[in-house]
Design a protein around this ligand. Structure first.
Ligand SMILES: Cc1cc2nc3c(=O)[nH]c(=O)nc-3n(C[C@H](O)[C@H](O)[C@H](O)COP(=O)(O)OP(=O)(O)OC[C@H]3O[C@@H](n4cnc5c(N)ncnc54)[C@H](O)[C@@H]3O)c2cc1C
Length: 376
C-alpha cells in the first residue's frame, strides 16, 4: 500500500495537464503525486486543435497553427479569418513527452504506467498491480457502462501524403458538409499541414458509432471525389460522449476531471482549452485554500443552449449544414469563435441566437422543457 497527497487517475490530456499545473504552481515542492495510467507507453494518438485564447501555452508541442478556416455547405464556401485567436493543433506525442520530461525533474512525482485501475473506494485506489491511498483524488476515467442513449461526436481521421500539391495549406477546412447526411450530422474536416500533407477526418454526430470499415470507405470516397491519390501515415479514431450526465460531487477529496468531468463542449466536442482553464483554476484554489472545488470554466448558459442545439442535431440533422454555415456567415467570426469557446458576452449570444432558424429552435426548446419537467 502506497500513500500520496494527490492521486490522478488516468494520465491522458486532463491528468497530465493537471499534474503539469500542480508542478508549475509549486504544489509539489513538498507534496507527493502519483499518476496511475493503464497504457504501457505513450504513442501519438491524437491531434488536439482549438482556437487559442491562452497565448500559446504549449508552444513547443504545436504541430501547426492557422489564421484562416472555411466551412462548406450546399456547394458554397465561407472563408473566415481568426488572426486574434489562431487555430492551433497540438501533437499529442509531443505533449506527453513534454509533460513527462517536466514532471520527471520532480522526485515527488510518480507516473505508474501499465496500472489499470479496478476500483476506487473512498481514498483507496485498487489497481491490478497494487493499492494506493490519496488525500485528494482526481479522476479522468469514463464510466465503463456509459448510457447507450448518449450522443457522440465520432470520427476517423487519416494523415495522408500526396505526391502533388493539393491542399490549401493556409486554411483549415473546419466543416465540409458536401456529403450525405444519413442517420446523423456528417462532415469532413481537413487540417492541412502542408500543400502535400493533411489530416482528413470523417466526422459524425449521432448515437450510433460506426465500424472502422465504414469510416475508411467514407474517407476513400471523399479522396476519390477530390482526385486525391495518397498514402496514409497515421490514423486516429474517436468517439467523444457529448451529453454525459452532470458530475455529482460526492466527497470533498474527490473530483472528476477532463471529459469525465463534463468539460467537453456539447455542441462541438472541443475539450482541450476547457481542460487547461480548469486545471489552472483548480490548482490555484488548492494552493491557496487546500480544498478541491470544481472551477466554473463554462457558464450554465452554454450548457442550456447546447442542450437545445444538440437536440436539433439529433433529430433535424439534415438542417445542420445550413445552420452551421449561417452561424458563421451571419455573425462576426470573432463573436462566433468566442461563443464556441465559452467566452461570448450577452449581446453576442443574442445575435447568435437570433441567427438560428426560429421555428426549429423553439420546437426543440419546448422538447427540452418537457424533458426537464419529466425528469423532475
Ligand atoms: C482522437 C481524438 C481527437 C480529439 N481531438 C480534439 C481536438 O482536436 N480538440 C479538442 O478540444 N478535443 C479533442 N478531443 C476531445 C478531448 O480533448 C480528448 O478526448 C482528451 O483526450 C480528453 O482528455 P481526458 O483526460 O478526459 O481523456 P484521455 O486523454 O482519454 O485520458 C484518460 C486516460 O485514462 C486512461 N485510462 C482509462 N481507463 C483507465 C483505467 N481503468 N486505469 C488506468 N488508466 C485508465 C487512458 O489510457 C487515458 O490515458 C479529441 C478526442 C479524441 C478521442
Amino acid at each position: 500500500m502506497k500513500d500520496f497527497d494527490y492521486i490522478i487517475l488516468g494520465g491522458g490530456l486532463s491528468g497530465l495537464s493537471l499534474a503539469y499545473e500542480l508542478n508549475r504552481q509549486g504544489c509539489l515542492a513538498n507534496k507527493t503525486l502519483c499518476i496511475l495510467e493503464k497504457r504501457k507507453e505513450y504513442t501519438k494518438d491524437k491531434n488536439w486543435s482549438f482556437w487559442d485564447f491562452n497565448n500559446n501555452k504549449f508552444e513547443n508541442c504545436e504541430k501547426k497553427s492557422w489564421t484562416k478556416f472555411s466551412i462548406s455547405a450546399n456547394n458554397q464556401t465561407a472563408l473566415m479569418e481568426c488572426t486574434k485567436n489562431p487555430y492551433r493543433t497540438i501533437d499529442s506525442k509531443k505533449f506527453y513527452d513534454f509533460i513527462i520530461e517536466d514532471l520527471s525533474k520532480n522526485k515527488n512525482v510518480s507516473l505508474v504506467l501499465g496500472s489499470e485501475i479496478i476500483t476506487i473506494n473512498a481514498s483507496t485506489v485498487i489497481t491490478q498491480q497494487g493499492t494506493y491511498i490519496g488525500s485528494f483524488i482526481f479522476d479522468s476515467l469514463l464510466n465503463n457502462n456509459l448510457n447507450s442513449g448518449l450522443m457522440y461526436q465520432h470520427f476517423y481521421g487519416c494523415e495522408i501524403e500526396s505526391e502533388h500539391d493539393i491542399f490549401e495549406e493556409e486554411t483549415v477546412q473546419l466543416m465540409d458538409f458536401n456529403c450525405e447526411q444519413i442517420n446523423g450530422m456528417h462532415f469532413f474536416y481537413i487540417l492541412p499541414f502542408s500543400k502535400k500533407k493533411a489530416l482528413v477526418e470523417t466526422t459524425w454526430y449521432s448515437k450510433n458509432i460506426k465500424s472502422l470499415k465504414e469510416y475508411q470507405i467514407e474517407i476513400d470516397e471523399y479522396l476519390l471525389k477530390k482526385n486525391i491519390i495518397s498514402k496514409t501515415n497515421y490514423t486516429e479514431l474517436g468517439a467523444i460522449p457529448l451529453n454525459l450526465p452532470p458530475r455529482k460531487l460526492s466527497r470533498s477529496n474527490y473530483l472528476k476531471i477532463g471529459t469525465a468531468g463534463n468539460l467537453t463542449r456539447m455542441s462541438t466536442g472541443y475539450t482541450f482549452s476547457a481542460i487547461q482553464d480548469y486545471s489552472e483554476q483548480l490548482v490555484k484554489k488548492l494552493r491557496l485554500e487546500n480544498i478541491i472545488e470544481a472551477p466554473i470554466v463554462r457558464k450554465k448558459k452554454y450548457t442550456f443552449l447546447d442542450s437545445i442545439f444538440l437536440s436539433v442535431i439529433e433529430t433535424d440533422y439534415k438542417r445542420m449544414p445550413d445552420i452551421f454555415f449561417n452561424l458563421f456567415k451571419k455573425n462576426s467570426t470573432q463573436s462566433t469563435i468566442k461563443f464556441l469557446c465559452d467566452r461570448s458576452n450577452f449581446f453576442e449570444d443574442i445575435k447568435i441566437i437570433l441567427s438560428m432558424p426560429k421555428v426549429v429552435f423553439i420546437k426543440h426548446f419546448l422538447i427540452y422543457l418537457y424533458k426537464q419537467l419529466r425528469n423532475n
